[in-house]
Ligand binder design. Structure first.
Ligand code: TRP
Length: 339
């Protein structure tokens, strides 16, 4: 038996979406809608693994949902919902807590990074985060998971959990081993202030990122002030080696225009940043302003956003609940007829 192809991915509802999230993740989510059955989840249970102000969390859930829709996710085609509203995530997460091994979690590098020096003060939830992530994916028997490079290790853990569950209970192929769809390096958008750091919503400098809600003047200003080196643009892709800031701006241009990097290099070979940056800013404004406009409109209509989430949760639950029941039967928590 092969599993039907199904995509699942999640984004935390913390902070506004920026250009890096759009080019790196959400734009891919939009493209996949036509080829797969897609489930996109606002992972609010993951968000609370670190402290969240309750009102900011409520607002963040709506804001991310609105941003998903403004970027082109279609709530009729795809399932869009927030994790906490479908009980199977937490329920399957508990079963998986009893499948995953301490040694596996001890190897997770993201926990080490996020917990920092004072590991004793990290929440148990932060430690357990990747197990809940496995439950997110496998509650739907999802086969494909679009993620960034930084989530590769978590996806491998999901595969290990699926495999061990199938083996331990003698239910070969019950859970699929989900495949990562890793976004290529080209779509990796770096900070405008430091070409070696990812563009991030947690960077204290707002000048380091382009937010989806920035107005045209702000976008132009941020690109104008973006860090560069003094050399003109090279004539080949190799000429960008060891020039992280130049590579980043060229990469953003390529991603926004849909052109290959080599083509962009041909177009701008020998240009100064003083010439290139305004062209880049114009392109970014052209591509992002429809999204910003739609986002502003959706913010005025929280009733609609809430209805999308309620409908999504209902459809997600209809898939996950029967799978969870089967898990309970397999594990022995629930009797099947005749047992
Ligand atoms: N951990 C992911 C991130 O930070 C978010 C996430 C939660 C996720 N559950 C998921 C991604 C399931 C893919 C599949 O990016």
């Amino acid at each position: 038996m092969t599993h039907a192809q199904r995509v699942f991915s999640g984004v935390q509802p913390t902070g506004n979406l920026h250009l890096g999230n759009y080019l790196g993740a959400v734009r891919e989510f939009v493209r996949m809608q036509d080829d797969y059955e897609c489930i996109y989840c606002v992972v609010d249970l993951h968000a609370i693994t670190v402290w969240q102000d309750p009102q900011a969390l409520r607002d963040g859930i709506r804001e991310l949902t609105a941003a998903f829709i403004a970027c082109g996710l279609d709530p009729k085609k795809s399932i869009i919902f927030n994790q906490s509203q479908v009980p199977a995530h937490a329920q399957l997460g508990w079963v998986f807590n009893c499948v995953a091994r301490l040694g596996w979690l001890n190897r997770m590098t993201q926990f080490k990074d996020k917990a920092g020096k004072d590991r004793e003060k990290a929440s148990i939830g932060l430690y357990d985060y990747p197990v809940l992530q496995a439950a997110d994916i496998l509650a739907y028997k999802a086969t494909h998971v679009p993620i960034g490079e930084d989530q590769k290790q978590h996806l491998e853990l999901s595969r290990d959990i699926a495999q061990k569950f199938n083996n331990d209970f003698g239910v070969e192929n019950f859970f699929p081993l989900p495949e990562p769809l890793i976004r290529q390096e080209a779509a990796r958008v770096m900070s405008l202030r430091d070409g070696s750091k990812k563009m991030s919503k947690s960077d204290p400098s707002d000048m380091s990122r382009i937010n989806l809600t920035d107005d045209p003047e702000t976008i132009a200003k941020k690109f104008k002030k973006a860090k560069t080196d003094p050399e003109p643009l090279p004539d080949s892709v190799e000429g960008l080696d060891a020039r992280p800031e130049a590579r980043n701006l060229v990469g953003i241009y390529a991603a926004l225009s849909g052109k290959a990097t080599a083509e962009v290099m041909k177009e701008f070979s020998g240009a100064q940043f003083g010439q290139f940056k305004p062209v880049l800013a114009d392109l970014a404004v052209e591509k992002l302003s429809p999204i910003a406009g739609e986002l502003r409109r959706l913010r005025e209509d929280p009733g609609y956003i809430d209805s999308v989430l309620a409908d999504g949760a209902e459809r997600a639950d209809a898939i996950a609940e029967p799978i969870l029941r089967e898990v309970y039967e397999i594990v022995g928590l629930l009797r099947t007829r005749g047992q």
